[in-house]
Design a binder for this molecule. Structure first.
Ligand code: FES
Length: 88
């Protein structure tokens, strides 16, 4: 389990789960806008990595070309403890 800090709270994320960061945060009560339901299309689940390592950009994220190093919660998993900020 990795600890991911968000808005001064820590959440435990299982890197071996089939659920991505977004689903695991939502399951722990975090409200994340996910207009496309995790298909990697809407960008409403975007976050900024503040600390820690995350999985490499997916092909979907590369096509989105998100600004300022932003990632998509529905496409990403942590590879260490870390901290994130949601964009929306
Ligand atoms: S939920 Fe739509 S891009 Fe992540």
């Amino acid at each position: 389990m990795y600890k991911i800090k968000l808005n001064e709270k820590e959440y435990e994320i299982d890197p071996k789960s089939d659920d991505h960061l977004m689903q695991q945060l939502v399951a722990q009560g975090v409200e994340i806008v996910a207009a496309c339901g995790g298909a990697g299309i809407c960008q409403t689940c975007a976050f900024k990595p503040v600390k820690g390592k995350f999985t490499a950009l997916t092909e979907t994220e590369k096509m989105m070309d998100l600004p300022d190093g932003q990632r998509l919660c529905c496409q990403t998993m942590p590879e260490s403890d870390g901290e994130i900020e949601l964009v929306y």
